[in-house]
Design a protein around this ligand. Structure first.
Ligand code: ADP
Length: 271
């Protein structure tokens, strides 16, 4: 199957800082591609390029096999590439349905008689959320009263409704507890099952492994690992995430500290 979104040897600089270098990867429809990496690995830079916020300096960015040069996120959105950011752009005091249509409001009437089609937006949002299995007590409640997990789910349903083919989720579970993370992961899988190519950014290998079909680990702006689920265990993924070799070195270091010579330990830890 061909890729919806593909990077070939992509590089990106911020002044002298090389944020990405020689990055090649592909995103397929009906699959969750997880992008993992420690802080500073280049995850945000990667999604900013895919979502049209930044442009790359080297290599090619292909959408449906054709070179894409986006000058704004609107261009990316027009090609069906939607991003749900961690700090969701919602208006807390407005009802859930109103936020569902934020920026794409439906109206009735013409000219001076044009007004919001409240009933249509309410019932559409309600039906869409139900269809995704998102059960909210009240579609009229201010979105600010929902849990972080519920807000993420509304954002995912919204992107699907507005025709996203590629859904980028920027650390959707980072600020959530275990139970809420589980709920969001369920909708990540639901978006995949609805046929979307999901790009799931996270630094949590456990969350990635629960829903991922494909895993790309970035390290210092380069692809450190790119593999399908079938070829990888959770242990392998965690090992790569933690920077395998460095973790081994640290373990040896700690083993060495585990000696009866407490004087040496004290010296090492306070140095
Ligand atoms: P991640 O999202 O994985 O934490 P980033 O993509 O934010 O990584 O960062 C990759 C590298 O690029 C880091 O070294 C970071 O300091 C640098 N960087 C990111 N954004 C900017 C910017 N706007 N200006 C300068 N350097 C940046």
């Amino acid at each position: 199957m061909s890729y919806i979104v593909e990077f070939v040897d992509v590089g990106k600089y911020y002044g002298n800082i090389r944020a990405l270098s020689g990055v090649s990867l592909g995103v397929k429809a009906k699959a969750v591609t997880c992008i993992l990496g420690d802080n500073g690995a280049g995850k945000s830079t990667l999604i900013k390029i895919i979502s049209g916020l930044h442009s790359h300096d080297e290599g090619s960015y292909l959408v449906d096999g054709e070179e894409a040069r986006f000058s704004s996120p609107r261009d990316a959105l027009d090609r069906g590439i939607a991003t749900v950011y961690q700090d969701l752009a919602v208006v807390s005091l407005m009802p859930v349905w109103r936020n569902f249509f934020l920026g794409s409001e439906q109206t009735v009437g013409r000219g001076p008689l044009r007004r919001l089609d409240v009933e249509r937006m309410r019932s559409t949002a309600d039906a869409e959320l139900r269809q995704m299995g998102i059960d909210l007590p009240d579609i009229d409640q201010p979105i600010g009263t929902l849990s972080g997990g519920q807000r993420q789910c509304v954002a995912i349903a919204r992107a699907i409704y507005f025709g996203a083919r590629v859904l980028i989720l920027d650390e959707p579970t980072a600020a959530l507890g275990v139970k809420q993370s589980g709920v969001v992961l369920k909708y990540v899988a639901a978006a995949r099952d609805a046929g979307l190519g999901v790009i799931f950014i996270t630094h949590n290998p456990h969350h990635a492994f629960m829903v991922g079909d494909h895993f790309v680990v970035l390290r210092q702006g380069q692809v450190e690992l790119d593999t399908a689920r079938a070829d990888l265990s959770l242990d392998d993924l965690t090992h790569h995430m933690a920077g395998g070799a460095e973790l081994e070195a640290l373990r040896h270091e700690l083993d060495r500290l585990d000696t009866p010579d407490m004087g040496a330990l004290h010296e090492t830890t306070t140095r």
